[in-house]
Write a protein that binds this ligand. Structure first.
Ligand SMILES: NC(=O)c1ccc[n+]([C@@H]2O[C@H](COP(=O)([O-])OP(=O)(O)OC[C@H]3O[C@@H](n4cnc5c(N)ncnc54)[C@H](O)[C@@H]3O)[C@@H](O)[C@H]2O)c1
Length: 275
């Protein structure tokens, strides 16, 4: 049977998973989930730009990638809240690699502030990174994906439900990012750009260990395990939390041709927590 559109049924799985010849940019890629994502994209063959507020750590991460996989990688400073900064980083990536095929909007912040104590500025700062930052990234990516591509937004289970006291801005920002994922998929489909979301539950990372401790304190719970998430905040069905690499492999699936039929969805990568 033949189809009047790209049909990859006969392509070997290794080809469908491969990102050889493609270039990717990961925001917030210097540590945590972003670093793990960048490593898997590079292992799949992509050239990778690590774009992060922390310029030195973005260079270190790029160096690590090249050492491990021998693939081209660059580190570049980017503030996702600043559209000029996003544009400059995207330009650096396209100049270095000659193309742009995959853009991962991963940078995020998760401060815990009880609603009654939250200033307007604190609220806006979370939305600026987690929601406007996704818009800034997707817009810049779409302008540069001349022959189509994939945008992957790292959302959260906080894009599906309330999570814990103190996280109203975070939950609102992630619901908005999930909604944006649907709308961007609709708008960018005619340009051959797929847009997908990945929604992790709690995964221990450098940033989140500190945030978890703050959230527990907001709930009046003791931090008995150095910042690990208590049972009250995670309901894993498989008896364990996720690792950064668990999330990175789902992002790789989204970025690769394995997921060619998908756009607009947000995949829960949450150990069954949100069923
Ligand atoms: N770790 C988790 O449990 C978890 C769960 C669900 C969703 N997420 C989401 O995953 C993403 C990454 O989380 P993480 O745990 O790896 O965080 P992290 O704090 O360990 O790392 C975040 C990275 O983003 C960078 N960053 C922050 N603000 C930025 C900005 N304005 N511009 C550019 N870079 C910026 C930081 O410098 C850092 O390198 C976030 O969007 C977060 O909401 C994380």
């Amino acid at each position: 049977m033949s189809f009047p559109f790209a049909d990859v049924s006969a392509h070997p799985l290794t080809d469908l998973l491969s990102l050889h010849g493609r270039a990717a940019l990961v925001t917030g890629g210097a540590q945590g989930l972003g670093k793990a994502i960048a490593l898997r994209l590079a292992e799949a063959g992509a050239s990778v730009a690590i774009a992060d507020l922390d310029e030195q750590r973005s260079h270190d991460a790029a160096q690590d990638i090249t050492t491990r996989f021998g693939t081209p990688a660059i580190g570049v400073r980017m503030d996702v809240t600043d559209s000029a900064s996003v544009e400059a980083a995207a330009m650096a990536a396209t100049e270095a690699f000659g193309r742009l095929d995959v853009w991962v909007n991963n940078a995020g912040v998760f401060p815990s502030t009880p609603l009654l104590d939250m200033s307007d500025e604190a609220w806006d700062a979370v939305l600026a990174v987690n929601t406007t930052g996704v818009r800034n990234g997707a817009r810049e990516a779409a302008r540069r994906m001349a022959s189509g591509g994939v945008v992957v937004n790292v959302i959260s289970t906080a894009g599906f439900r309330g999570i814990a006291p103190g996280l109203s801005a975070y939950v609102a920002s992630k619901h908005a990012a999930r909604g944006l994922t649907k709308q961007l998929a609709l708008e960018l489909a005619p340009r051959g750009i797929r847009v997908l979301g990945v929604a992790p539950s709690y995964v221990p990372t450098e940033g989140n260990m500190a945030a978890a401790a703050a959230a527990m304190s907001a709930m009046g719970l003791a931090d008995t395990d150095g910042g690990s998430m208590p049972a009250a905040m995670t309901q894993s069905l498989i008896g364990r939390l996720g690792t950064p690499d668990d999330i990175a492999r789902v992002v790789l699936f989204c970025a690769s041709d394995l997921s060619l039929i998908m756009t607009g969805s947000t995949l829960l990568a949450d150990a069954g927590e949100t069923i």
